[in-house]
Design a protein around this ligand. Sequence first.
Ligand SMILES: [Cu+2]
Length: 136
Amino acid sequence: MKKMLAVLSLVVLGVAAAYWKTSGESSAPRLRTEIEQNHLRIDVQTESTDIQPMHEARFAVTLTDAAGKHLPASEVEMTYAMPRMFCGQFNAEVSQLRPGAYLAVGVPVMKGSWEAKITVVFEKKRITMTHPFRVI
Ligand SMILES: [Cu+2]
């Protein structure tokens, strides 16, 4: 009987954990992440709320000064991965639309929570930031 109760409570705990996990994932991450460092503002924006596995996910990366003037970086890179998973780290294709405005395109392989890591080299300084996004 004791053993049965122990098994039952494990099952209840398991269901509760699964429920907690899915409800946590249902809160969508913000579409925009902004940081400011050394007078440089980096703004990363997910371009769609409907990113699907094996489809292109597009991100706008904008570099400006405090007044909103575009600033060109000597390098912009983006990698993306799923935190706490082992499905790999991927490189996004980054192209410059005009100085200070970049488009990063990746193809996430799975549904779930992802994290993009953006690296910008500006005035010989390397700045790194993360930007969460979700694949549905
Ligand atoms: Cu994964």
